[in-house]
Each structure stands twice: as structure tokens, then as C-alpha cells.
Design a binder for this molecule. Structure first.
Ligand SMILES: [Zn+2]
Ligand SMILES: [Zn+2]
Length: 102
């Protein structure tokens, strides 16, 4: 398995990662995950400033790019409040998984 550097994650063709998170597709997926998690942080049960976290990033070898944020199986997405999300990213590195490897 090849490990991608963090800078590659921001790539996703011409759009920045923050642009991708503004899309309608992501808003729909985000809502779905928030509903599933009862609109609360899975870590501290806060209901404020909720965000959806990816437990892994997937690099698709067929398209030579990262999978769009909304194209993940729901099991890889969890609801966290802004605080827990920040702390999580500061303490753990999100693993990058290569998919469709030839
Ligand atoms: Zn929290
Ligand atoms: Zn995250």
C-alpha cells in the first residue's frame, strides 16, 4: 500500500478540499450522517458546531485522485463537534487507503 502525503489530499483536480465541502452533494451527505448520529458529537455529545469527519481517505487508482468526500460509505463518516474534530486531527493521522489498485 502506498501512503500519500497530506498535500495530495488538498488536490482533488482543480477544486480545493474546502470547495468540495461547499457542494450540494456534500451538504446532502453531511445531513445524512448528522441525522444518523442524532445531531450530536459522538465523542462528547455536544450539539454545537457539528462537523462530519472521514475516518480514512481513499485514493482511487483508476481516476488517480482522491475519492470525493461524499462518495464514502457511511461507515467511514462520523459526527464530531468542531473542538473534538480539531483535537482528533491534531492527535491522529487519518490513514490513506488505496482503492482500485491494478
Ligand atoms: Zn465533541
Ligand atoms: Zn476530520
Amino acid at each position: 500500500m502506498r501512503i500519500e502525503t497530506k498535500s495530495n489530499i488538498q488536490k482533488n483536480k482543480n477544486k480545493s478540499y474546502s470547495d468540495l465541502l461547499k457542494t450540494r452533494q456534500w451538504q446532502r451527505k453531511r445531513k445524512l450522517i448528522l441525522n444518523r448520529d442524532k445531531n450530536q458529537c459522538l465523542n462528547c455529545t455536544s450539539k454545537k458546531n457539528l462537523q462530519v469527519h472521514h475516518r480514512q481517505y481513499q485514493f482511487d487508482n483508476i481516476i488517480s485522485d482522491f475519492v470525493a468526500p461524499w462518495n464514502y460509505d457511511n461507515k467511514y463518516l462520523i459526527t464530531l463537534c468542531h473542538n473534538c474534530h480539531q483535537i482528533g486531527h491534531a492527535n491522529y493521522k487519518v490513514p490513506v487507503i488505496n482503492i482500485n489498485k491494478q
